[in-house]
Design a protein around this ligand. Sequence first.
Ligand code: ADP
Length: 257
Amino acid sequence: MQRQIFRPAKVDEQQAPLVIAVFGPPGGGKGTQSSMLAKFLRVPHISIGSLLRSYAQDKSEVRLRLRGMMALGNLVPDTLVLDVLATRVSEPDCARGLILDGFPRTLRQADLLERGLLQFPFYSTNLREKLVAIHLRVQGSTIAGRLSGRRICSRCSATYHLETQPPRVHGECDFDGSALTIREDNRKAAVLKRLRLYEQQTAPILSHYAEKASLLEVDGEQPRENIAQEIVTAIQGMLRISVAGPKNAQSMVENHP
Ligand code: ADP
């Protein structure tokens, strides 16, 4: 089932950069769908969680503290998130638009985004009219199954699932053979904390976008190809964009690593 609340953009849509923000609980499939959509639309997939994990990869005291916060499932301070995000978004590949995965996560961040925090001319004007929010709706029982089976490569961060997306060789990454591990924040206590924070801090943004921007509600329980197909069809209809490259979500999925 899909529900769309859409206010048509007033700008020339062929020229308008796309800003798509993907929402859903931890384990809701944001990363998978963002990455497929980014390939299809040929704009970068900006995962704030991944940016922060890379940023935290050294032994300075600040970064160790940051790793600790993330391992416990807490949100990290806005100043740091904004800094990391603004640096990434100022790169030239974001000029045509981007897919935001993990931002905004609070109403305050949504407000900062709308007020032009990204320091890029097109983001600071009429962002609301250009922003499309996608909400992947997933039940708690599905999330528990997805997160408990999730494994990540200790070197390249490729993700796997023991049942639905196992590696070719048990316990080893398909790309570089490194050991697969459990992400610290996928342990039970951290998952519960992340879910609680999602309900308290992130879910209210959806009502905000339902009123003030374009919100696409998608059933995130379906197979990932169907979800992708549904999103692409809706986005093409919403923005009337013409994209070069794969013509449907099936080929987009086939091209996905
Ligand atoms: P998920 O969305 O499944 O919880 P992510 O990989 O997106 O996982 O994020 C991992 C962690 O990174 C979060 O639990 C939080 O600590 C931090 N993080 C990500 N995005 C934000 C944000 N916008 N604001 C604050 N912290 C964030």
